[in-house]
Design a protein around this ligand. Structure first.
Ligand code: SF4
Length: 81
């Protein structure tokens, strides 16, 4: 994530991010690796919808955000979300 480029108030919600407690490795796996564990953690995260909205608004291209993989977010954008 490029947090330093985003104004701090916009990131207040990330204080509740479950992935902040687990580390980012699950969320930015090597190409072809499973994202199952990241998705499982996201499914328990209290800010999942905020996270997904943020990723879509900022066109985040890499990693799992809000429980969706890069490919799934791309499909969502193409479907006109
Ligand atoms: S939804 Fe997933 S990626 Fe987003 S903050 Fe929560 S655990 Fe992290």
């Amino acid at each position: 994530m490029h947090i330093e480029t985003i104004p701090a108030p916009a990131l207040d919600w990330q204080e509740e991010a479950l992935c902040a407690q687990t580390g980012g490795d699950f969320f930015f796996p090597e190409p072809g690796s499973s994202v199952r564990e990241a998705k499982r953690i996201c499914s328990l995260c209290p800010i999942r919808s905020l996270c997904l909205d943020f990723a879509l608004e900022h066109d985040e291209r890499f990693g799992v955000w809000g429980g969706l993989s890069e490919k799934e977010r791309l499909e969502l954008r193409r479907a006109g979300r």
